[in-house]
Design a protein around this ligand. Structure first.
Ligand code: SAH
Ligand code: MG
Length: 952
């Protein structure tokens, strides 16, 4: 061994952190803590200690020791300081003259010498070493010196590979570099020899005859050759990935078969990637070496300084993306090789389906689809409402998988607990306890109050703890890429964690699908509590985005306009107007609503236009999901919300991106050939099997008799009859439950109107009212005096003059579905502009929740924490008010607009704590009324008529 003097050690500009990384890789954990040092209090009377600037301290954990840095203003400095302290403790000097890379270099040479020695092949303790198979194959080809392709050495001897990594950490990214290092070391080895101009290494002197005999005598078990399926990934992203078949004859070498497919003259020109796919997979990418990277006279120093090889045009984005290594030219993806486990050649087919499942599995959405085994139906939901309603892999698992696949560090979570200020006088102690917390105290109080804007609210209700969670995505080198700290707080730490993970996943999904302009995307991310580190971000995700863009941007999903459904007879335009459904079966009157967990069965088929060929791509007998969370493609969601239980429906869509079809079709040759003939569409057939009501409805039905919703209707009815109202407007009528019930009984009403912003609900309301009114169209039989009924699509915070001056207005369980400022706005608009004679507003009483919680009837044997999955009764609620909050809202409003107000309720009693379950305000217009609308006759009519019925 000679040239060790040529080796320059660690470069002087290496930071302590990068030395630690070289040595420990992902076994080094950096944990940043925020430290807020209280400033010396100059004013002793001040209750709340002043806070100093935010500082950071870093704790570095290595397998053998752990150190904690000083405090710094920048996180990065704290990390470097910790790394420096660790190096000092380890006795490693990051100085120029340190010979840290000399030892691995010497070891590398020694390792190569050992691998090409008689000892290696005769050593009994390594009978299964993967290289042995390669040596056998070499001897089969009648070489006595065991000619091996250098990439095989680099790939299958873990020790060589690790030594190369410790000499230069970025060899991992670049198979060319690793090959260069090994060739260089082989030249210096005393037993190995290298070819001139070829990437082969062999033993300088022939192996001993005993060894040759021992290794060649074992006959290969099968005398016939094998065929295996593999996939070719062309260098140009425009060219499609295609299946290839490798044939390996009984005494052939698989590397030769691959060389042939790559159009190479011999196996020395093949480079091999690390494994791709699952951790246990043997799938690797095989590709051609760019040029011979071993100028024989270059020193190791030059090699170490060599930039990663970059060649324009020949960079294979898709293959590089799969392996996170630089791959050039066409590549073959195959699962074949000698392993520790199998003494014979291991091989498995890799189909196009495998490739596409792997490809889409790298998108957060695709990963979710795969976890649900519903590629053509499932979508990554936009919200994690509760563990019991979530189906498929959990967001935190999806995110961890995403990071692993993209060669990033595991996500780092930190959850903080937000304690309620139970007693306003204990603020001081509360505040000082919170020094470790990142956000100023006032802000937290706001969240803790469930979004209450009134920070001075003297309410002393115990809401229990709630939690916020932050998640960080870091590169393998521990550089920050994304931080996400959503403002929302949750009752359970796990919910906070899952939602934080989901925020990141949803954003990444949008980013990778190219749904939006990049700048818009980043700013939308920032409004959702995400922050980005642009430099590291673009470094880690550029390739990812361009590969998925190239693959996915091709086709945009659109529904085809096909057969009309019964809904059209009512002249209702669908919310998803691009798609229409054919619903079959009797209407059972039981509809899914937001928050309902439903179970469907479905079949998705690929249908060839013009011809009668149909091939099932995907199906499920039982597929559960929560309505309203975006857990399925929009067409399925739109369809099921139009269906009642036990009904079936069909609709067609244009083809989604090919990747999804190929992934779903798996290895179905028939589907593939159908597709290649062109002009196909997808046909969806869905049956609604079961539905499980959301918690609020379940509780209202089970805990109150009659059910709370019925009590609200009866309450409204009493006021209608007492006031002899003939006109009624229901603000936020939803699916028309109130209007529908009023048609069952005799009232003084002649005209009823409903307004809502949900088309879905409105079309259901229209359906129900239409059939009831037409059934009762014989006035002799009917006790109903209704002469006209109308449904409008519009927001009740916007004034429409057609709804002025009604006798009675109702707004049941609606305001809590709006943001609080919108609820205030509604109050002003309705009492100042619509000005009904009577207005009835109901909303949940927050204080009553403790009783509901105690009696919660959902799955008693489940995790007790699951019982009340969110702090409100329904996930769609933006707030729930206490009695005092509701009283304040109602009395301020009444005063402002000259109404009187009385507070009442249903469920429970006013005199028994904690009051009614549903609190109700009844506003009455004052005697002096100013009517101001007449002058603006041609004022705009912002509401859209959805359905209009009149008698006769
Ligand atoms: N009043 C109905 C529905 C209550 S659910 C019942 O008692 O059954 C709440 C309804 O309020 C939903 O249908 C929702 O679409 C509607 N809503 C929320 N914000 C609205 C707004 N700004 N304008 C009109 N409707 C609204
Ligand atoms: Mg509600």
């Amino acid at each position: 061994m000679g040239e060790t003097t040529a080796i320059q050690a660690t470069k002087s500009n290496q930071t302590p952190k990068s030395i630690i990384h070289q040595k420990y890789g992902t076994n080094a954990f950096y944990k940043i803590e925020e430290v807020r040092e209280p400033v010396q209090n100059s004013c002793p009377g001040l209750a709340i200690p002043q806070q100093g600037p935010c500082l950071f301290r870093c704790n570095l954990q290595l397998p053998e020791l752990s150190v904690t840095s000083e405090t710094f203003k920048k996180k990065r400095d704290a990390e470097q300081n910790a790394a420096q302290m660790a190096l000092e403790k380890l006795g490693i000097q990051p100085a120029t003259d340190s010979p840290t890379s000399r030892e691995p270099w010497d070891e590398l040479i020694a390792r190569i010498s050992f691998l090409f020695s008689n000892e290696f092949l005769s050593s009994q303790h390594l009978p299964q070493h993967p290289l042995i198979g390669h040596f056998k194959a070499a001897f089969q080809r009648e070489t006595e010196c065991g000619l091996l392709p250098v990439s095989v050495l680099a790939t299958y001897d873990a020790k060589l590979n690790n030594l190369c990594k410790s000499i230069k950490h970025n060899v991992e990214r670049d198979p060319h570099l690793i090959v260069t290092l090994i060739m260089k070391a082989a030249r210096l080895s005393d037993s190995a020899a290298i070819s001139q101009g070829k990437l082969w290494i062999w033993k300088q002197s022939p192996y001993s005859p005993d060894i040759l005999k021992a290794l060649t005598s074992q006959q290969l078990s099968s005398s016939e050759g094998i065929w295996i399926q593999a996939v070719r990934i062309p260098c140009s992203i425009e060219k499609p990935v295609e299946p290839v078949t490798l044939y390996i004859s009984s005494n052939g070498y698989y590397m030769d078969a691959i060389a042939q497919k790559l159009g190479l003259t011999d196996n020395s020109q093949i480079l091999v990637s690390r494994t791709v796919g699952k951790a246990s997979s043997e799938m690797r990418l095989y590709f051609s070496v760019l040029e011979l990277p071993v100028p024989s006279d270059s020193s190791l120093e030059d090699l170490l300084d060599a930039k990663e090889v970059v060649t324009d045009g020949s960079f294979n984005e898709r293959a590089s993306y799969f392996s996170s290594q630089n791959i050039y030219g066409d590549a073959i993806l195959a699962s074949i090789g000698y392993t520790w486990k199998f003494p014979e050649l291991f091989h498995e087919d890799v189909s196009l389906g495998t490739y596409y499942r792997m490809l889409i599995g790298r998108l957060p959405n695709g990963g979710y689809k795969l976890s649900r085994e519903a590629i053509l139906v499932a979508e990554l939901p936009v919200a994690f409402t509760s563990r019991s309603n979530w189906r498929g892999s959990f967001p935190s698992d999806l995110l961890a998988m995403f990071c692993r696949q993209h060669w990033l560090s595991e996500p780092v979570y930190s959850t903080i607990s937000i304690t309620d200020p139970v007693d306003p006088f204990s603020v001081t102690s509360q505040a000082s306890k919170k020094l470790k917390v990142t956000k100023p105290v006032e802000e937290e109080t706001k969240y803790a109050n469930g979004g209450s804007r009134d920070a001075n609210d003297k309410e002393s209700i115990t809401l229990g703890d709630s939690f916020r969670c932050e998640v960080k995505i870091l590169s393998k080198g521990q550089d920050l890429i994304i931080e996400c700290f959503p403002v929302d707080s949750y009752r359970k730490p796990n919910d906070a964690r899952q939602n934080a993970a989901l925020k990141v996943l949803s954003w990444l999904n949008k980013y990778l699908k190219l749904d939006m302009h990049v700048e818009k995307l980043f700013s939308s991310g920032e409004t959702h509590g995400l922050s980005f580190y642009p430099e590291t971000f673009s470094k880690e995700f550029a390739l990812c985005r361009s590969v998925h863009a190239g693959q996915l941007a091709s086709a945009l999903r659109k529904c085809s306009l096909l057969a009309s459904s019964c809904v059209d007879q009512l002249n209702i335009t669908q919310e998803q107007s691009v798609c229409s459904f054919k619903v079959e079966g009797l209407d059972s009157g039981v509809f899914p609503s937001t928050g309902t967990l439903i179970c469907i069965s479905y079949v998705v088929s690929l249908v060839r236009k013009e011809e009668d060929t149909k091939e099932s791509l995907e199906s499920s007998d039982e597929f559960e999901f929560e309505v309203g969370t975006g857990a399925v493609i929009p067409e399925v969601e739109a369809c099921v919300t139009q269906m009642s239980m036990n009904q079936s429906a069909h609709f067609n869509t244009e083809l989604p991106p090919r990747d999804f079809i190929f992934a779903a079709a798996g290895d179905s040759a028939k589907s593939m050939s159908l597709l290649s003939m062109g002009a196909c569409f997808l046909e969806y057939s869905i049956s609604l099997l079961r539905l499980m009501e959301p918690l609020e409805e379940r509780m209202e039905q089970a805990l109150f008799s009659p059910p709370l919703s019925k009590q609200r209707v009866e309450f409204a009815l009493r006021h209608i009859n007492e006031s002899c109202a003939s006109t009624l407007v229901d603000f936020g009528c939803g699916s028309g439950s109130l209007l529908d019930s009023l048609l069952d009984i005799s009232t003084s009403l002649e005209k009823m109107v409903g307004v809502d912003i949900s088309r879905k609900s409105l079309s259901r309301a229209a359906k129900a009212l239409h059939s009831k009114l037409s059934e009762n169209s014989d006035p002799a039989k009917s006790s109903i005096g209704i002469k006209s009924a109308l449904l409008y699509d519009g927001s009740i915070t916007v004034f429409d003059p057609r709804l002025t001056g009604f006798d009675i207005g109702t707004c049941l369980e609606v305001i809590e579905h709006m943001e609080e400022d919108q609820a205030h706005l509604f109050g002003d608009v309705v009492l100042s502009s619509f000005r009904p004679r009577i207005l009835i507003v109901s909303t949940p009483n927050y204080e009553y929740n403790s009783i509901l919680q105690r009696n919660d009837l959902s799955n008693k044997d489940e995790d007790p924490d699951e019982k009340m999955p969110c702090k409100f009764r329904n996930h769609d609620h933006k707030f729930e008010w206490t009695r005092e909050q509701f009283n304040n809202w109602a009395s301020d409003l009444a005063m402002k607009h000259s109404y009187s107000v009385a507070i009442s309720g249903v469920g429970g009693s006013a005199d028994v704590e904690p009051g009614f379950a549903s609190q109700i305000a009844i506003f009455r217009r004052g005697p002096i009324d100013v009517v101001e609308c007449s002058e603006n006759v041609d004022i705009a009519h912002p509401y859209e008529v959805i359905w209009n019925w009149s008698r006769g």
